[in-house]
Design a protein around this ligand. Sequence first.
Ligand code: MN
Length: 368
Amino acid sequence: MFEDRYKPLFEDTEYVLIWNAGMPILDPNFFLITQFTSGVHEGSKIILRSDGWTLFTSRLEYDVARRQVEEKGWLDHVEIIVYSSKKEFEEQFKQKVSELGIELLGINGNLLPWNVATDLKEKYGIKQFIDVAEKWTEIRLIKTPEEIARIRKACEIAAKVAEEIPSMELNTELGVAAQVEFAMKMKGASRQSFDTIVAAGANSADPHHGSSSRKIKTNEFLLIDFGAVYENYCSDVTRTYFVGRSNAKDKKMYETVLKAQEAALEVIQPGVNGKEVDKAARDVIDSIPEFKDRFIHGLGHGLGLLVHDGGGLSPHVDLELKEGMVLTVEPGVYLQGYGGVRIEDDIVVTKKGYELLTPASKDELISI
Ligand SMILES: [Mn+2]
């Protein structure tokens, strides 16, 4: 057994397939299993067993794959098969499937392309699939210390960039997004976790606003939601600033959201349900009549290889918190036509509570 963590995958099948199609359909579980930090690995596939795995890789990425397997000392349980054409891959894959006698195959139903599923049955003789997508998600919910170290670094990068935002040039939403992304790369991020959201003025009332060429004006909110990727692991931070001088209502929005976040953080510990954490924040916001029902999304989500890595803190998600889970905590208040405030931090659940991974300033509505 190369890692007990993967045991649940093999409850009903001996073999599990990981299939990277082309970009953007790369299976995050490929990077979970390999822990590769270099290479794109388009077109790579893995047949996973409980005691090891076979990797199919193209000539293009063979060296980078082999080097990383070797560095980890995994050559005892990892077999690498290299192919230089689609035809060659098909022959090798067919041979492997028949050599192992695979009839029942675990797949990731969330990501396996339909045409591949058809080929697996028609070309390779797989008789039956079993969808292990949920099991993968559950496995990824609890992070290993190595994964937490990578997430911690991704969070550190984002937290440092947050401190630089007040001194950035306030030109357009996209202009600020570019500066944030530049700053993250300068600090070691390989890319952003998602397209940076910079939402000025009334745009900040849309939680997933698409940054545009709109100019940033004075006397309006500036909400910035961004994240860094470090060695494939994501961070996700939001800070809301005020351009110019905020009024009493703006300050009240900010203070309410901050209090909601504090209330949520206070209840985080193993054994608590995510619904209770969401409720702690939601109660604070809903207690202010003008903000009632204006917190229009869940409080948080799992974070890891994906920016939404399964699980969540939400009235609609039943999740018992456990040590090693990494989650965002991001209450918000959104007033259509006016503006919105969101404060988002990342935490890891510890034995007795939580550890804040994104210690960026937030104690008051900063004027920039
Ligand atoms: Mn988020």
